[in-house]
Design a binder for this molecule. Structure first.
Ligand SMILES: C=C(OP(=O)(O)O)C(=O)O
Ligand SMILES: [Mg+2]
Length: 428
């Protein structure tokens, strides 16, 4: 007979995210049949700013309170429709739970219940199951083969829609490639982060931070940013490329002008065609140890992505975020067209844990890298850290090594590292 841990309550509430906007938190309570013991777990839902056009729908209530950004309608969906549907189910039946939620919503993009409602419940069920079994979440999610810590991609310079500066590209990240453990990588990243602050300050630049904890100075071009990053790496006593590599999220869909089929850079005051974007990336790879470019082109430019892959796919990771939106259908399309080689995974882009894990499995089978990612609007939760270890993902993107909602994820990985006997990174 299989173990029964029955869902006895589901309760959603409105909380605030790191940008001061309302978001969802869900408590799931389950009761063990054998002992009668009740277990409650809480998970919360992040929110993006540079959201992809094809993401599952994040519902908002449109009421005057919180300028229309409230989520009381979503809370109502959790506490009534979803609660009623799931009460009595076995909390260990994650796939069944997620299928029920998907069926109850009945749409392709979760517009009925809201992906914020469905994800909150889905994650809280998984957490509750792990707690009920007295297992670490990463072990429950990944089983016996969960053993690899993700290498952090730390966003130390913020631009685009994540900061009010003149920098058009959204994220510039450092990746400690010579570190052999997560804790070493985190320390190296934090050291570079502090030297970067010093250098910017010495040059009279603002060291206020953007949404993801990276500095938001009024730099204009990617070249200027990478020159600062190079200096900061050297000041910290590391070798650019050998010890610390760079990554960027162009978030090109935010720069794209559909009517003119060009990319507009208001800060730089230039306009680029898709070919010019690719040439710029070629130049950046030639000049700096850039190992990963996310959303280098618009989210619908499949042919452009194919060209990008042909021209630089053997030199860098080409990561689809807005392109794939953690959606297996779109990832399959990318694999068939040979349009990328890596997938950014954001659980709230798709709205259930099962669908996110299916997307990760699909990309690993195709030989794509997966990067488990936070959102620019975050909570203090750290579910994605456990998920990254559970699926043996190569990388995690959780912003700067600063600001509580970002360090919550990195610090959880430090705790997980202590629990794993084989916590060393795999050889690159
Ligand atoms: C984390 C990102 O930002 P957002 O959450 O605003 O989409 C991103 O684009 O990768
Ligand atoms: Mg992105």
């Amino acid at each position: 007979m299989s173990l029964m841990i029955q869902i006895v309550d589901i309760h959603g509430r409105e909380i605030l995210d790191s940008r001061g906007n309302p978001t969802i938190e869900v408590e799931v309570t389950a009761q063990t049949e054998t002992t009668g013991k009740k277990i409650t777990a809480i998970e919360s839902v992040p929110s993006g700013a540079s959201t992809g056009k094809f993401e599952a729908v994040e519902l908002r209530d449109g009421n005057p309170r919180y300028f229309g950004l409230g989520v009381l309608n979503v809370v109502d969906h959790i506490n009534n429709r979803i609660r009623k549907e799931l009460l009595g189910m076995n909390v260990l039946d994650q796939v069944k739970i997620d299928r029920r939620i998907i069926e109850l919503d009945g749409t392709d993009n979760k517009e009925n219940l809201g992906a914020n409602a469905t994800l909150g419940v889905s994650l809280a069920c998984a957490s509750c199951a792990a707690k009920a079994l007295d297992m670490p979440l990463f072990r429950y999610l990944g089983g016996t083969n969960a053993k690899r810590l993700p290498r952090p991609m730390m966003n130390v310079i913020n631009g685009g829609v994540h900061a009010a500066n003149l920098l058009d590209f959204q994220e510039f990240m450092i990746v400690p490639v010579s570190a052999s453990t997560f804790s070493e990588a985190l320390r190296m990243g934090a050291e570079v982060y502090h030297y970067l602050k010093l250098l910017l300050h010495e040059d009279g630049m603002l060291t206020a931070v953007g949404d993801e904890g990276g500095f938001a100075p009024d730099l204009h071009t990617a070249d200027e940013v990478f020159r600062y990053l190079t200096k900061a790496v050297e000041k910290a006593g590391y070798k650019p490329g050998e010890d610390i590599a760079f990554a960027m999220d162009a978030a090109a869909s935010e720069l794209y002008d559909e009517e003119r089929d060009v990319y507009i850079f208001p800060g730089e005051e230039v306009i680029r065609s898709a070919d010019e974007m690719i040439s710029l990336y070629e130049h950046l790879i030639d000049e700096y140890p850039l190992i990963s470019i996310e959303d280098g082109l618009n989210e619908e430019a499949w042919e452009g992505w194919q060209k990008l892959k042909q021209r630089i796919g053997d030199r860098v990771m080409l990561v689809g975020d807005d392109l794939f939106v953690t959606n297996s259908k779109r990832i399959r399309c990318g694999i068939e067209l040979d349009a990328a080689n890596a997938v950014l995974v954001k659980v709230n882009q798709i709205g259930t844990l099962t669908e996110a894990m299916d997307a990760i499995e699909l990309c690993h089978r195709a030989g794509y890298q997966s990067i488990i990612s936070h959102r620019s609007g975050e909570t203090e939760g750290s579910f994605i850290s456990d998920l990254a270890v559970a699926v043996n993902s190569g990388y995690i993107k959780s912003g700067a090594p600063c600001r509580g909602e970002r360090t919550a994820k990195y610090n959880e990985l430090l705790r997980i590292e202590e629990q794993l006997t084989l916590a060393k990174f795999e050889k690159r």
